[in-house]
Design a binder for this molecule. Sequence first.
Ligand code: F6P
Length: 367
Amino acid sequence: MGSSKLRIGILTGGGDCPGLNAVIRAVGKTALHEYGATIIGIEDGFEGLVEGRMHELTARHLSGILNQGGTILGTSNKGDPWHYPVECAPGKIEIQDTSFKAVRNLQQAGLDVLVATGGDGTMHIADKLGDLGIKVVGVPKTIDNDLAATDLTFGFYSAVSVVCESLDRLHTTASSHHRVMLLEVMGRYAGWIALAGGLAGGADLVLIPEIPFTWEAVCNKVRERARDGKRFSLICVAEGAKLPGGEEVIKALDHKRTDAKQLGGIGAVLGREIEARTGLETRVTVLGHLQRGGSPTAFDRVLATRLGVHAGHCACRGPYGVMAALRNGEIISVPIKEAIAKLRTIAPGHQLVQAARSVGTSFGDET
Ligand code: F6P
């Protein structure tokens, strides 16, 4: 049993995903029950840290939340302390470095360690805080599954289940109406959700940022199916897939975020082009935040709990500057720096890509 004076701060940063509460519960229960630590929940990610908004999480707060979606702490993707939007005059936002406030609030709250649950952006911030001497422990979260140094992030397979169910539903209506059905899914600059979701839902075409597609190959696949008597096609497209000219489709820019780009809209562009080129009736569904909402799957509850328990132990006895990670079935600690060194994207020869090709899925790149 460690010192009962240990104070552990925990926050959830970036976009939410199923499993965050399972992590909060696992970190909190481990630190509370095994080390007698005090757990302080920081509200709305790094925004709450900069603004000094936090409260104690007791055993009561940590109970009954395993299956709840979202995060009981709240989150934000606009709270980077080094890129913080400050309203300096009515309606006038200025981006400022407020990292000194984050550090000061951690010290004033007497926090010995900060557990940061998040994706790439959150880990970058955690790493910078670590460089300033703060003891940090990371937990990898994101539906995008794009964090390096871990085989998987929790939240990913919950999102993939939603994609799979959606493709199943689109399948029946596509075949009744003999249509091309496009499903646009999230994933940012990585195609993991589209690839795994497309495999699970039997998409005929999967379009991802890592594999450039051509209009000819996409339309040929759809036409070929029609010629073979399959008068419908299912296409799963990642929001970050690039058009044949190489451009991304960007919905909006939000300069309050470290990465201002909000991707979205490629489904509509594809739908128009495929209909014009093939003459086949085409419909587009954008799955959006349905992929991030709701309860975690059993798989994600187990993964989130394992990662959270590991992070709880690290928070109470070290090592610091590390992220809990899944590697070959084991939960281990990896340096946060390793996790942020690069984005984890899909190698074109990845086994999942090969498996998809073997069952006849096209990536729109055939010559
Ligand atoms: O990183 C998670 C994610 O859901 C991405 O897949 C997506 O591009 C982005 O967040 C959407 O962000 P927002 O919720 O701010 O629209």
